[in-house]
Design a protein around this ligand. Structure first.
Ligand SMILES: C[S@@+](CC[C@H](N)C(=O)[O-])C[C@H]1O[C@@H](n2cnc3c(N)ncnc32)[C@H](O)[C@@H]1O
Length: 197
């Protein structure tokens, strides 16, 4: 099996780090939800050596993530655990950072609801939840490329689609997460950061 590769990950990892580095340079223990290929994990672990980075995803992605961890090992990288937002499979652990990129529009809405509820339970006070991806605002998706992406997702599977910031932020408030920042990112993405009260 070849290492899975995402060009988007190569493109967005630098801009994401630029925003997150000042916020998480003193944090020590991160959980990534939906590590995908594993490219973000190896990058953040290399760039933030003080931060233990726990990868996770559905089991079918673990082999690919392991290939990236073998290719670019870091002492602070942890092999993937099976973590499904539709199942009750959360580890008995707390984190001061939880990070997830491009997952909220892929998992069913019930998964997003569960994700916020569990993030609220597993983040330490003062811990950060960092969520990257495209967002709509007050029911409006923009620009045209994001409208097309949303249509493409919904054609692929009815449960997928770009989420609305306001609906997402309501889930965050219910989980005692206070919005710190909503950052505009390249390619019409957002990087949302909440702090656990
Ligand atoms: C578009 S990929 C993004 C991967 C990576 N984070 C990135 O930015 O390239 C979506 C990820 O969400 C994960 N995912 C989908 N449904 C999930 C669920 N119910 N629970 C946890 N992860 C899920 C997929 O396995 C996949 O890794």
């Amino acid at each position: 099996m070849d290492r899975p590769f995402s060009q988007a990950c190569e493109n967005n990892r630098g801009p994401i780090l630029e925003v997150l580095e000042p916020l998480i340079r003193d944090k020590t223990c991160a959980l990534e939800i939906g590590s995908g290929t594993g490219q973000h994990a190896v990058w953040f672990a290399q760039q933030l050596p003080q931060l233990v980075w726990q990868t996770s995803d559905l089991p079918q992605n673990h082999a690919g993530i392991r290939l990236w961890l073998e290719h670019q090992p870091s002492p602070n990288l942890r092999p993937p655990i099976a973590l499904d937002m539709l199942a009750d499979s959360w580890p008995d652990a707390n984190y001061d950072v939880i990070y997830s990129a491009n997952t909220a529009h892929i998992m069913p809405w019930q998964g997003v609801i569960n994700m916020f509820a569990q993030v609220g339970l597993h983040l330490l006070p003062g811990g950060l939840f960092c969520l990257y991806g495209p967002m709509g605002y007050a029911g409006v998706i923009a620009p045209q490329s994001n409208i097309q992406f949303d249509q493409h997702l919904r054609q692929q599977a009815a449960h997928m689609g770009i989420r609305d910031f306001h609906a997402i932020n309501r889930l965050a408030l219910d989980a005692d997460l206070v919005l710190l920042d909503d950052n505009a990112m390249p390619a019409n993405n957002r990087l949302l950061v909440w702090e656990k009260a």
